[in-house]
Design a protein around this ligand. Structure first.
Ligand SMILES: O=C(O)CCC(=O)C(=O)O
Length: 256
């Protein structure tokens, strides 16, 4: 696919698949990094601000917010993964993620990585990440200097509808930010939230006619998506994990 057709698809749908962008040696390194992060959580019983454990029942996010224990050593996600495992940034450099893939599609603006996540979604117990728009969680002042975020989400395992691949509502990035219901995420130095509910957009109420699209991926392929698009991942009902590394880019306001 040419850069122009990728860009047209991205502008129309709000997401585009990048086949094999992190394949080969890059995939080996991403998997090693994920294994290292999993190892770091091996003795953990409660979530910390960066290392969120999975939990049965209402899931890892709710358990974290309540201050409840999770499933020992079993990760749901890691935020700031590049701080804990710096090779992730070197992989992004080596495969020229910003220069070859993100900037040509988002229109030549300044782009820079602001966060990297491991999304672990373990077999059988991996909980849903409900419908949301990433820009709904932008920190105060973010839009003074940036117009959006764009994420490149790279599969480490086959991502399928059964194990919770990403799903998108095509075109929803053009509809503005929807109100998200649920509780605001607390950090560890704030009081526990007893009635925690992961912030989400009730899709069947706000867009009852929408037709979400699942995006299965093979390991090493990625989906790049707009920070305004509605997306989610379902619970993992399969016997295999669905791990992914996502690189979150801030998109500057400077150019079109
Ligand atoms: O991988 C997942 O389960 C959720 C990822 C996601 O929502 C995101 O990258 O914004």
């Amino acid at each position: 696919m040419t850069a122009t057709s990728l860009r047209t698809e991205f502008e129309t749908d709000g997401f585009v698949v990048l086949e094999d962008v992190g394949a080969g040696e890059a995939l080996d390194r991403l998997k090693r990094a994920a294994a290292h992060l999993e190892d770091m959580a091996r003795d953990q019983t409660h979530s910390t601000d960066d290392f969120i454990l999975e939990a049965a029942g209402p899931g890892g996010w709710v358990a974290w917010q309540r201050g409840d224990s999770g499933i020992p050593g079993l990760l749901r996600s890691v935020s700031n993964a590049h701080v804990h495992e710096p090779d992730l940034l070197r992989v992004a450099e080596d495969i020229q993620l910003a220069d070859r893939h993100v900037r040509p599609v988002v229109g030549g603006s300044e782009v820079s990585i602001i966060n990297v996540f491991l999304w672990a979604k373990p077999a059988k117990v991996g909980s849903e990440k409900p419908w949301h728009q990433d820009m709904a969680f932008a920190p105060p002042g973010f839009t003074d200097n940036h117009r959006n975020v764009v994420t490149v989400w790279c599969a480490l395992d086959p991502a399928t509808p059964e194990n919770g691949c990403l799903e998108f509502v095509p075109g929803s990035h053009t509809l503005g930010v929807f109100p998200h219901v649920g509780s605001e995420e607390r950090t560890g130095d704030q009081p526990r939230v007893e009635q925690a509910e992961e912030p989400h957009v009730p899709l069947d109420q706000v867009l009852p006619d929408s037709k979400p699209v699942p995006v299965p991926l093979r390991p090493g392929s990625a989906v790049m998506f707009d920070g305004m698009i509605l997306h989610r991942s379902a619970t993992n009902t399969a016997t295999t994990p669905r791990r992914a590394i996502s690189f979150v880019f801030a998109v500057g306001r400077d150019q079109g």
